[in-house]
Design a protein around this ligand. Structure first.
Ligand SMILES: [Fe+2]
Ligand SMILES: [Fe+2]
Length: 137
């Protein structure tokens, strides 16, 4: 059975991951050169909007739960070629799916119905991002 402290810590780590993803996609969009790079840039820019929505939502959640939302971004690797960028992004998106699924279960155990559903929706968003990335690899 999850505790409320764990339900604050889990999604707070997710916020850090989201800020990291926003920074990683912003950075990668700028470093994506060539014709394929130009396409990637558009994809990164649209995904940044989804990740920003996740970060904003979770920041409100932590405050509502009585915690202090983190403003620290998770550090990320910086591969220089497009294929390695996409492989890293796919790996990170799949980790996010896993984390949101785990935290949705914790929210359910604690009777936080809305949070459970939102976290599952976010797991689905990240799975969609992973699917898009897989098509590009
Ligand atoms: Fe996200
Ligand atoms: Fe994502």
């Amino acid at each position: 059975m999850a505790t409320k402290e764990e339900l604050i810590k889990g999604p707070n780590d997710d916020i850090s991951a989201e800020w990291g993803t926003i920074m990683r996609y912003t950075y990668q969009a700028s470093k994506a050169f060539g014709l394929r790079g130009a396409e990637l840039r558009e994809i990164f820019e649209s995904e940044i909007q989804d990740e920003l929505g996740h970060a904003v939502f979770l920041t409100d959640v932590i405050v509502d739960l009585g915690g202090e939302p983190t403003t620290v971004s998770k550090v990320f690797e910086k591969p220089m070629n497009l294929k390695e960028m996409l492989e890293l992004d796919l790996k990170m998106e799949l980790e996010d799916v896993e984390h949101y699924s785990q935290h949705a279960k914790m929210a359910e155990e604690l009777g936080e119905v809305e949070l459970k559903i939102k976290l599952e929706e976010m797991a689905a968003d990240e799975a969609g991002h992973a699917r898009e990335l897989r098509r590009l690899l």
